[in-house]
Ligand binder design. Structure first.
Ligand SMILES: Nc1nc2c(ncn2[C@@H]2O[C@H](COP(=O)(O)OP(=O)(O)OP(=O)(O)O)[C@@H](O)[C@H]2O)c(=O)[nH]1
Ligand SMILES: [Mg+2]
Length: 443
């Protein structure tokens, strides 16, 4: 394969990854049919997957963090130098045009920064550098450049430790740079690394940066040993098999060195994390869709239950209503003069009424104590009223979904089950296909 061919394949695969993440993002955020809107309507808050991975770079002052970012982008975006160059946090990301965004605009671009501002009470120390670079995997990466860490009297205008820990939370990778020039043992760096390692150990990668400045092979080995020893003194970091790649920026190399530059491995690590992120994002899409479908099913099931409960309430209530009306009618008939019944209904029906209504009623009346017998009618009427009130009480129905709401829920379930699931499957196939291309390229 020619070199040009290789680059073309790389461009192609890169754009596939980029498009998969972008498509998933829009499946979530579509204002009309987005998974987030659908989930919110049934009371679920979903986390929208990011379109890029975040890489946090931390390390001592002058360890080469900003230089690494510039090397990756193949563009001078971050200031570098021996002075304390990076004073705040800079998010370096790719976009349509070269732009620098200060605090407020950065916040607008990354609303989740609210969480950080809550700790720090200020936006002054965050900014964004947008560049048009598409080098390597940069279209899928946001670098978070941090202020160089120093011990002693250095006053940061903000709580640098907490801010770094906060960024650690939202990062997919954390690169820790140690340079060979004496400051490798900066306590502040070790403290922060130890703290980050408690919850994000799997994201952390250690590098001996500016390795070209580490002197001879044996000097470099000594530096590496010294750093590893210092790290191992920290109880939380004392784990077997520390891996520390030696890297340097080829264009900044001052002296000839036999040191193997493992900087390409850093790029491989970034690619690996992007792939993992795509897989995780696809899995989250599947899982979130299932959760929403399940919740919709649950809602429809509950509605059916409420409907049948309402129905049985209605039936019970009708029984009481009917009984109360029978009592009211019988009271009414019993209260009418017998002659009036004979005149209107004739002898035969009046006799029937006598045997079926008046006599039983009189029998009931005879059970009452003598003093209450004159109030027999009123008492039966009162019982009727009570039965009527009971029927009203039983008949309190719980609200159910109307036809329109039910239809909307069913349509959404259909949409999730068919449309979103098939979109996910298509994206997954594209991802696998692209992984095969990558695999073939590597082997
Ligand atoms: N020889 C050599 N010099 C380097 C390398 N990387 C960076 N430098 C130099 O080291 C100095 C500091 O680099 P920066 O990239 O500014 O370091 P930083 O970690 O961002 O520093 P702060 O922002 O102050 O924390 C600069 O003068 C760079 O030119 C490298 O790999 N080899
Ligand atoms: Mg810097």
């Amino acid at each position: 394969m020619t070199k040009k061919g290789a680059t073309n394949t790389e461009d192609l695969t890169m754009s596939v990854n980029e498009r998969i993440l972008r498509d998933i993002h829009s499946i979530y955020t579509d204002p009309k049919d987005g998974l987030v809107v659908i989930a919110k309507d049934i009371g679920i808050d979903l986390i929208v997957p990011r379109k890029k991975i975040n890489i946090l770079l931390i390390g001592n002052h002058s360890a080469g963090k900003s230089s690494f970012i510039n090397w990756y982008l193949e563009e001078t975006v971050q200031r570098t130098g021996v002075a304390i160059e990076t004073q705040g946090f800079t998010l370096v990301t790719s976009g349509k045009k070269r732009e620098t965004l200060l605090g407020n605009a950065t916040m607008h671009l990354y609303p989740q920064l609210k969480g950080l501002v809550a700790i720090q009470n200020s936006l002054d120390y965050v900014s964004t550098e947008i560049t048009t670079s598409k080098q390597k995997q940069f279209s899928l990466v946001t670098f978070i450049d941090t202020p160089g860490l120093v011990d002693g009297d250095m006053k940061y205008p903000f709580d640098v430790n907490n801010a770094i820990l906060w960024f650690g939370e939202v990062s997919d990778l954390i690169f820790v740079f140690f340079d060979p020039i004496g400051q490798a043992l900066c306590k502040r760096t070790l403290n922060i690394v130890e703290k980050l390692n408690e919850t994000h150990g799997n994201k952390i990668n250690f590098y001996l940066s500016k390795a070209d400045e580490a002197g001879s092979d044996s000097d470099r080995q000594k530096v590496l040993m010294q750093i590893v020893q210092e790290l191992c003194k920290r109880p939380g970091l004392n784990k077997a098999g520390f891996e520390m790649l030696t890297i340097f920026i080829p264009t900044l190399q001052e002296k000839k060195t036999r040191c193997v530059n493992q900087i390409e491995d850093v790029c491989k690590q970034i690619e690996k994390t992007i792939k993992q992120t795509i897989q995780n994002t696809l899995n989250s899409l599947e899982k979130d869709t299932d959760v929403v479908i399940q919740q919709i099913n649950e809602k429809i099931k509950k509605d059916n239950q409420t409907r049948s409960e309402n129905m049985s309430r209605s039936l019970k209530s009708s029984f009481f209503t009917l009984s109360s009306f029978i009592l009211f009618i019988s009271v009414f008939i019993a209260a009418l003069p017998n002659q009036l019944l004979v005149n209107y209904l004739g002898d035969k029906i009046t006799r029937q009424i006598d045997t079926n209504i008046i006599n039983p009623y009189k029998q009931i009346e005879s059970f009452l104590p003598k003093d209450y017998q004159p109030f027999g009618l009123a008492i039966v009427f009162f019982v009727g009223v009570i039965l009527f009130l009971i029927s009203k009480f039983i008949n309190r129905k719980k609200p159910t979904l109307n036809k329109k709401q039910l239809k909307a829920l069913n349509e959404r379930r259909e949409y999730l089950q068919n449309s979103i699931k098939s979109k996910k499957k298509k994206l997954y196939d594209e991802y696998l296909q692209q992984s095969v291309i990558d695999y073939e390229k590597e082997n």
